[in-house]
Design a protein around this ligand. Structure first.
Ligand code: IP8
Length: 241
């Protein structure tokens, strides 16, 4: 079983409010057609982030404002609807998994993510499609969960065979712009990795690489054009293990 993240910047136009990159999304969905046994996680792009920023909500800063929670969540549900629609149009048996109703954090931020429902969904031949969202946290109200955090939790909890992060870049890049084929430790790449330039409350490539290095499962970061190669034999972009 594969956990595949579709980056928010890949499937949306990141600088145009709530705008889906329809062509890109349709092409990714077409590539996924006919494949089975995978979970899709998508990021927010031009959807959830701006609402999270507006209400001052991040992975660590919470809110007790129910209207803020509704606004952030509704934005992500809208994007999820687009992703489900694109996958459905290619007959991928995609169904939604809503993190707000499923996941939570304890006081210290530890994620609780019951997996029985997702396991059943997979066992019945569906493709669960989940996303970065807002979730409740003890003593903080509600905080953000990033798609990357879900990727890590799902890969570990569901004992995935591989993780793919489909990003806007063809892999993790060095200072000359070349794709780094393999990363085994953060020290190797620290000098190259900066933060994300657009509003992004959950961090850029550095945070992704760190999280993926902590996984026992092999992961790859690759661009949209390499999804086919990743699905075929896992050889695409940068391999992180
Ligand atoms: O785009 C963030 O998810 P990400 C989710 O995967 C929200 O970091 C609601 C901002």
């Amino acid at each position: 079983m594969i956990v595949l993240k579709l980056g928010g910047s890949v499937i949306t136009e990141k600088d145009r409010e709530e705008t889906v990159d329809e062509e890109r999304l349709a092409s990714l969905a077409e590539t996924l057609a006919g494949h089975e046994d995978f979970v899709v996680v998508h990021g927010a792009g031009s959807f959830g982030h701006r609402y999270a920023a507006k209400h001052g909500v991040s992975r660590t800063e919470g809110t007790h404002d129910a209207a803020a929670v509704r606004e952030i969540h509704a934005s992500m549900e809208r994007l999820n609807g687009h992703v489900l629609g694109a996958l459905g149009a290619e007959d991928v048996p995609a169904v939604p998994v809503d993190p707000f109703s499923l996941a939570y954090r304890s006081r210290d931020g530890t994620l609780g993510l019951p997996l029985d429902g997702i396991e059943t969904t997979l066992a019945e031949g569906f493709v669960p499609v989940t996303y970065g969202d807002v979730i409740t946290q003890r003593e903080k109200g509600a905080t953000i969960i990033s798609g990357d955090e879900l990727v890590v939790a799902l890969a570990e909890g569901l004992d995935a065979d591989g993780v793919g992060l489909c990003s806007t870049v063809p892999g993790v890049l060095d200072d000359t712009g070349a794709v780094i084929p393999r990363i085994g430790s953060y020290d190797e790449v620290e000098a190259y990795l900066g933060g994300s330039e657009s509003t992004d409350v959950t961090g850029g490539m550095a945070a992704k690489v760190r999280a993926l290095l902590n996984l026992d499962v092999p992961a790859s970061v690759f661009g949209p054009d390499a999804l086919e190669a990743f699905l075929a034999d896992g050889s695409a972009g940068t391999r992180i293990d």
